[in-house]
Design a binder for this molecule. Structure first.
Ligand SMILES: NC(=O)c1ccc[n+]([C@@H]2O[C@H](COP(=O)([O-])OP(=O)(O)OC[C@H]3O[C@@H](n4cnc5c(N)ncnc54)[C@H](OP(=O)(O)O)[C@@H]3O)[C@@H](O)[C@H]2O)c1
Length: 349
């Protein structure tokens, strides 16, 4: 928060009992510039936050309200984070924003991340019900969108895999180095699927296992290709293979870049990120444990000067991949100083 802005700004969270909502509450509870005014849940409506999320016992002292109650309390807040399952915020945000256009809405779902309505139908398997709102949202890939995010009131927070991929791809796009097929793999933890138990997050099937899913057709391809087009005129096409891994938190993405040497990669990533407080660039492989539980990211570079390079990107899917980046975007939308309330080191083991 800037010295000229000493009053805490009001915040509401829709879907606060989920994994992203809970992580938002954790980040917001230590943020110096904001105060949580209300939080909603669905099946946990009416329960105390500390009962549902015991890590917040004694820290967030309130009940989960219903979504309708939050709609009636918009005058108490400057910012609303919406952490609902996909396809729901396209009904909720236009309705609430129309009633209170001055409030900043930060959507955590995939509903407003791309203006491509046909792409939405292809990847999210349903017609978008508020297509006229799509172009009004700023895509919140923070480090490349600061100018657009300043003062924005409608922000689409990027997906977790999309964030990890763009951290590696966007500097190369801006440097004019992306052409043809962009081959990436990415391994993710089970918290990426939310708090409802399903077969693929069931402990015996996940704990010691690795499997690929949605090869080349993951829904985050839509937003990544769309955002890259805003950075360069190239013909790049994403070829992304996600894998689910035996971890709870974190994403490890590998980008194959045989057209660039490791030294060239280090120079491009250094130019892009050396002055970024939440992103570090290392020579070699970064590790998930460096970012788990934090909003930080690491880019690593490996390979061989003759064979070409390879880039790695690690984030916590709940941190930089969701709540951490959303807080960065709130910081810009409200005009706070960066990186207010976000400088946490990860654990080493
Ligand atoms: N998990 C990740 O790593 C990640 C990363 C980036 C973005 N996202 C996106 O963020 C959003 C939230 O993800 P999540 O992992 O937190 O999901 P989640 O754990 O399933 O939480 C969903 C939240 O929405 C509420 N909810 C569910 N159905 C509702 C309804 N019909 N009306 C009102 N509230 C309802 C739930 O309340 P109850 O629990 O009380 O029923 C809960 O608070 C999703 O769009 C997801 O794709 C997730």
């Amino acid at each position: 928060m800037t010295p000229a802005d000493p009053v805490r700004r009001g915040v509401g969270v829709v879907g606060g009992s989920g994994y992203i909502g809970g992580e938002l509450l954790r980040y917001l509870s230590v943020h110096p510039g904001v105060e949580l005014r209300w939080v909603t849940a669905h099946s946990h409506r009416g329960e105390r936050v500390g009962e549902v999320l015991p890590n917040l016992r004694g820290i967030v002292d309130m009940e989960f309200a219903g979504l309708d109650a939050a709609g009636g309390r918009l005058e108490e807040v400057d910012v609303v984070f919406v952490a609902l399952p996909h396809n729901q915020s396209q009904e909720v945000i236009p309705r609430l924003s129309q009633a209170h256009p001055e409030v900043v809405f930060i959507d955590m779902a995939g509903d407003f991340r791309s203006a491509d309505r046909a792409g939405y139908l292809k990847y999210y398997k349903t017609e978008h019900t508020a297509p006229e709102w799509l172009p009004r949202f700023v895509y919140g890939f923070t480090e490349f969108q600061r100018r657009a995010l300043k003062g924005a009131t409608l922000i689409a927070n990027p997906g977790c895999f999309a964030t990890a991929m763009l951290l590696a791809l966007a500097p190369l796009a801006r440097a004019g180095k992306l052409h043809g097929d962009l081959c990436l793999t990415g391994i993710t933890g089970s918290s990426g699927s939310g708090n409802r138990p399903i077969q693929t997050t069931h402990h015996p099937e996940r704990a010691t296992n690795v499997r690929a899913y949605k090869p080349l057709v993951h829904q985050h391809s839509l937003e990544v290709e769309g955002f890259l087009k805003t950075l360069h005129d190239g013909d790049a096409r994403l070829q992304f293979v996600p894998q689910s891994g035996p971890i709870v938190r974190g994403i490890f993405v590998t980008l194959f870049t045989p057209q660039l040497t490791p030294l060239e990669l280090l120079r491009i990533y250094g130019d892009a990120y050396d002055s970024e407080p939440l992103i570090d660039v290392v020579d070699g492989s970064p590790e998930l444990r460096w970012v788990q539980g934090t909003p930080r990211s690491f880019i690593g570079v490996g390979g061989d000067e003759e064979r070409g390079g390879v880039a790695f990107s690690v984030i916590d899917n709940l941190g930089k991949g969701a709540a951490g980046q959303a807080i960065q975007n709130m910081t810009l939308a409200l005009g706070f100083a960066e990186p207010d309330g976000l400088q946490w080191p990860g654990g080493f083991v």
